[in-house]
Design a protein around this ligand. Structure first.
Ligand code: 0O2
Length: 207
């Protein structure tokens, strides 16, 4: 595909990511307005770069004319939460929405990946309104705590640096760091009530 063809192909993905970022950030704004704990801390989104799409399609043996169905994360959203319990609340919230349909779930929290990666992945079909009618776009939403996100971001950049072959010594440290991130989530869960009360008081004070 030439540059212009990729641009046309990716345009609806960009549109879907932008719309979902606005919608999902709006949930946090609603909680803030009511001074109640928001299960969502912040939301980011991206469209996979062409080079990464080509790499992943090759790695998974997906022909280019099948990437629309075969690659579920061309459009990607990340929703960060403070507490592990918030993740379930976010997933339930997504399932109850009428503007998207959850089609797949991958729970890498109850069963973490070999690398130490933890996150909850939900694949949704998002109906996008285009000038040529409705087009359903697959979007992968990754829901994780701040601590899981910290770990995943660091590990992702190391993976990039070492082209997927992280030296054994660093791998061991990363596994230890993953355990530390897990402990942090556990500890924070224990004082969740305290933290939430403090945040509500603080949000009223700063208004
Ligand atoms: P990027 O740069 O984040 O877009 P597969 O890639 O085959 O393992 P699949 O079937 O596409 O997985 O779906 P999955 O596992 O739900 O989603 C893969 C995405 O999850 C990755 O996208 C990462 O964003 C994240 N992820 C999965 N495993 C790890 C991990 O061990 N470490 C980190 N840091 N992230 C992980 P991409 O395409 O790899 O990259």
């Amino acid at each position: 595909m030439k540059h212009e063809q990729w641009k046309l192909f990716l345009a609806p993905y960009h549109q879907a990511v932008e719309e979902l970022k606005v919608k999902l950030r709006g949930i946090r704004a609603q909680y803030e307005l009511h001074h109640t704990h928001s299960p969502i801390e912040f939301v980011t989104g991206r469209v996979k770069p062409v080079a990464s799409i080509l790499d992943k399609a090759k790695r998974k043996g997906i022909p280019l004319d099948k990437i629309e169905e075969g690659l579920q994360d061309i459009a990607g959203i990340r929703m960060m939460c403070q507490f592990v319990d918030d993740i379930k609340a976010v997933v339930d919230m997504l399932k109850s929405r009428t503007d998207l349909e959850v089609v797949e779930e991958r729970d890498y929290i109850t069963s973490k990946k070999e690398s130490g990666y933890r996150s909850y992945h939900v694949v949704v079909k998002y109906p996008l309104q285009t000038v040529n009618g409705e087009k359903k776009i697959l979007v992968e939403i990754q829901i994780r705590t701040l601590s899981m996100n910290f770990w995943a971001t660091i590990e992702h950049s190391l993976n990039y640096k070492y082209s997927g072959n992280i030296p054994e010594e660093i791998k061991v440290r990363l596994k230890r760091a993953a355990e530390a991130a897990y402990s942090l989530d556990e500890e924070m869960s224990q004082i969740k009530g305290e933290v939430q009360e403090a945040q509500v008081i603080f949000s009223r004070k700063t208004e």
